[in-house]
Design a protein around this ligand. Structure first.
Ligand SMILES: NC(=O)c1ccc[n+]([C@@H]2O[C@H](COP(=O)([O-])OP(=O)(O)OC[C@H]3O[C@@H](n4cnc5c(N)ncnc54)[C@H](OP(=O)(O)O)[C@@H]3O)[C@@H](O)[C@H]2O)c1
Length: 482
């Protein structure tokens, strides 16, 4: 693996602290950082090289819910040797001259910086300044190496602003240099959906309108917005997780088999689903948990959604008339993210008249917690009579007898970017298709329904699905539980 410089704009950000720094430590531990590779953090305040290393140490040792394992001294020392810090203001040209000089100096000291990955862990308002200066100082020039840019969701706040940001990006970088990161795509459980569907022959023939009654996707959290009010109150649940994570989950669960396992083919199939999605602005419900208005940095009469539920259709031959029900929210009953495929009950089912005989079969992709893939089927209850009972056939990551290593999504995605693999990143057209679907739903927000903390959202969300004679499935927390 060729050496390179990873330049993180915003090394003091919340994102860097909870995700990037722990991921870099894990990569150092797994030997995924090539010799000579350097990490250059930037932020405004001055920090000596020692203070910067202390900062890394503190981040790794602080109670970090995403990184609860021992910090080994030899790994930390390896990481420290790679660390550099350049301070300055991202909207000031002088900073980029300083950065360029620093990179030249590093190269002169045997740390080649011709290959560069820029990571934007800072405010979107600064992107235009960053790109302009990166260009002005030739930092995006690919002469004897590669230059890549990693950029976080959200890409824009609606279709128009996303198009503007994509055009801005394309003014300074080519599409094959841009790594738009939605960390859900780096989740083992999401990637496993592709393996499960396309690596086996027995399930895929059932994933279509002939066998599927409907699809449900839930992304629930049992906690509130915490101290993120300043960000969250401007964005809301639908734009925070619906526009990206949940639509990508749907794409993974419903896309056609790619012609090959390549970035282009996989992205193309995800995109086809996103473009075939039909928004139904009259079929969306927004909610806000009681007590939200008392949260820190929330507007007094905020109409921000902390919950949404909607129905949609995928307008293609495979899924025509199969409704998809999607919901997500904060302060709900459980923290759980899953996709459930609910199968039709065949006309000729033999045991229809028995108790449970009209229960459908379910296929659940449990994204978190207790990650796995679960089929709910009816089996014979042992005994002299013919009686049915629902049983599960589970594949559970936690029960893996091989104790495979389970990489964090950020670790995986940074490693992919180093290898130059964009398969699990979004391209411009995907992001735009997602906004084209979400904008009409977002614009339909005329009323926001209050709901109690610890519930499954407002009753209007139940009515949304119950008028179709269906029900939200209560996530089964016993699935894959050890
Ligand atoms: N936080 C998350 O969990 C999360 C999740 C998904 C995506 N994201 C995305 O990740 C990005 C970062 O978000 P965040 O919430 O982590 O940000 P944040 O905590 O507010 O941090 C912002 C970073 O930018 C730096 N910065 C701000 N203004 C600057 C300036 N004028 N010059 C130089 N540096 C400046 C700050 O450094 P100093 O103030 O120390 O100078 C800090 O390191 C955003 O695009 C966000 O949408 C974040």
């Amino acid at each position: 693996m060729d050496s390179f410089a990873l330049i993180i704009f915003g090394i003091t950000s919340n994102l860097a602290q909870i995700k990037l720094i722990p991921a870099l430590y894990d990569m150092a531990e797994k030997g995924l950082l090539p010799p000579g590779m350097t990490i250059i953090g930037t932020a405004r305040k001055e920090m000596s090289s020692e203070e910067f290393k202390e900062y890394f140490k503190k981040v790794l040792n602080t109670e970090n819910i995403h990184h609860q394992h021992e910090i080994k001294e030899e790994v930390f020392n390896d990481l420290c040797q790679r660390l550099h810090y350049v301070n300055g203001n991202l909207d000031d040209s002088k900073f980029y001259q300083k950065l360029k000089d620093y990179l030249d100096e590093l190269s002169g000291h045997g740390h080649p910086c011709e290959n560069r990955i820029f990571y934007l862990a800072t405010y979107p308002d600064l992107y235009a300044d960053i790109f302009e200066n990166v260009q002005k100082f030739d930092l995006n020039k690919q002469e004897s190496g590669y230059v890549r840019l990693m950029i976080e969701k959200p890409i824009g706040s609606d279709l128009e602003s996303a198009k503007k940001l994509n055009s801005l990006l394309l003014k300074y970088f080519n599409e094959d240099q841009i790594y738009r990161l939605d960390h859900y795509l780096g989740k083992e459980t999401l990637q496993n959906i592709l393996t499960f569907r396309f690596g086996n022959g027995i399930f895929e023939p059932l994933i279509n309108k002939d066998y599927i009654d409907h699809i449900q996707i839930t992304a629930a959290e049992d906690f509130g917005i915490g101290r993120r009010g300043g960000y969250y109150d401007k964005v809301g649940a639908l734009k925070d997780v619906g526009q990206n994570h949940q639509l990508q989950m749907l794409a993974f669960a419903t896309m056609d088999a790619p012609s090959q396992f390549s970035n282009q083919a996989v992205t193309q199939e995800r995109l086809k689903i996103l473009q075939a999605l039909k928004p139904l602005p009259e079929e969306v419900v927004f909610g806000q948990y009681e007590g939200y208005l008392n949260e820190e940095n929330v507007e007094a009469n905020s109409q921000t959604d902390t919950f949404y539920a909607f129905k949609a259709f995928i307008e293609n031959d495979r899924f025509r008339n199969v409704p998809v029900y999607i919901r997500a929210g904060k302060k709900l009953k459980q923290t759980v993210t899953e996709i459930v495929i609910v199968f039709k009950i065949p006309e000729n089912r033999l045991f229809k008249n028995l108790k449970s005989g009209m229960e459908p079969n379910y296929l659940t992709y449990r994204i978190q917690p207790n990650e796995g893939i679960i089929m709910e089927v009816l089996t014979k209850k042992p005994g002299h009579k013919i009686e049915l009972e629902p049983s599960v056939m589970e594949f559970c990551f936690k029960l893996d007898p091989h104790s495979h290593y389970f990489p964090d999504p950020y670790e995986r995605l940074i490693a992919d970017a180093i290898r130059g693999d964009q398969t699990f990143f979004n391209d411009a057209s995907e992001v735009e298709a997602q906004w084209a679907f979400v904008d009409p739903l977002s614009n339909a927000k005329s009323k926001i329904f209050k709901y109690q903390a610890g519930s499954w959202g407002p009753k209007e969300a139940d009515e949304l699905i119950e008028k179709d004679e269906r029900k939200w499935i209560e996530p089964n927390m016993l699935y894959c539980k050890i």
